[in-house]
Design a protein around this ligand. Structure first.
Ligand code: HEC
Length: 146
C-alpha cells in the first residue's frame, strides 16, 4: 500500500504540480487522490496553454502531457476505490453509490486523452474540448462545487 502512494506522489511531482491545495489534508488516501488530480490538472494546463498560445507548441511536451493524462486516468479507480474522507476533500459520497459510472467517467477521460493527436497544434486545440468535457462530466456529478 505504501508503495502505491509513493508512486502516485512521484507521478504528480513529475507532472510538475503545486501542492498547495493538499495542504492540511490529514487522510493519506485523500491526499494521494488529490495529488493525482493535481497531476491531471498540470498536464491539462500544459496542453491548454499551448492551445491558447500562452506556451510555445512543442510536440514532445504535448505528447508527454497526453501520456500523463492516459496514465493518470488509469489510476483514478484505484485512487478513489476506498471510501476515504477528509474535511478538505471535495469528493461526494455519490462516487461510491455509483461506482461503475465513476469508473466509466475515468475511462472516458483516458479515451479522450488517447484521441488527442499531439503532433500538431491544430489537433491539440481540436481535442481539448472533448477532454475538458470529461473533467466537467465527472466533477459535476461527483465533486462539491466550490
Ligand atoms: C472520474 C472522475 C473524474 C475525472 C474524469 C476528473 N476528475 Fe478531477 N476530481 C475528481 C474528484 C472526485 C475530485 C475531488 C477529490 C477530493 O477532493 O477528494 C477531483 C479533484 C480535482 C482537482 C482538485 C485537486 C485538489 O488538490 O483538491 C483538480 C485540479 C482536478 N480534479 C482536475 C481535473 C481535470 C483537469 C480533469 C480532466 C482532464 C479531471 N480532474 C478529471 C474526479 C474526476
Amino acid at each position: 500500500m505504501k508503495r502505491f502512494f509513493v508512486t502516485l506522489a512521484l507521478s504528480a511531482t513529475i507532472a510538475g504540480t503545486g501542492f498547495a491545495m493538499t495542504e492540511g489534508v490529514e487522510n493519506e488516501a485523500v491526499k494521494a487522490r488529490m495529488m493525482l488530480m493535481d497531476g491531471v490538472k498540470a498536464a491539462t494546463g500544459t496542453l491548454g496553454a499551448m492551445g491558447k498560445g500562452e506556451m510555445a507548441f512543442d510536440a514532445d511536451k504535448a505528447g508527454e502531457a497526453r501520456q500523463a493524462l492516459i496514465d493518470h486516468a488509469a489510476k483514478i479507480p484505484a485512487a478513489f476505490e476506498a471510501q476515504e474522507m477528509d474535511p478538505k476533500s471535495t469528493a461526494l459520497p455519490a462516487i461510491w453509490e455509483n461506482w461503475a459510472d465513476f469508473e466509466m467517467k475515468a475511462q472516458a477521460m483516458g479515451a479522450a486523452a488517447e484521441e488527442l493527436d499531439t503532433s500538431d497544434l491544430g489537433w491539440v486545440q481540436a481535442g481539448m474540448g472533448d477532454l475538458g468535457g470529461t473533467c466537467a462530466a465527472c466533477h459535476k456529478a461527483y465533486r462539491i462545487k466550490k
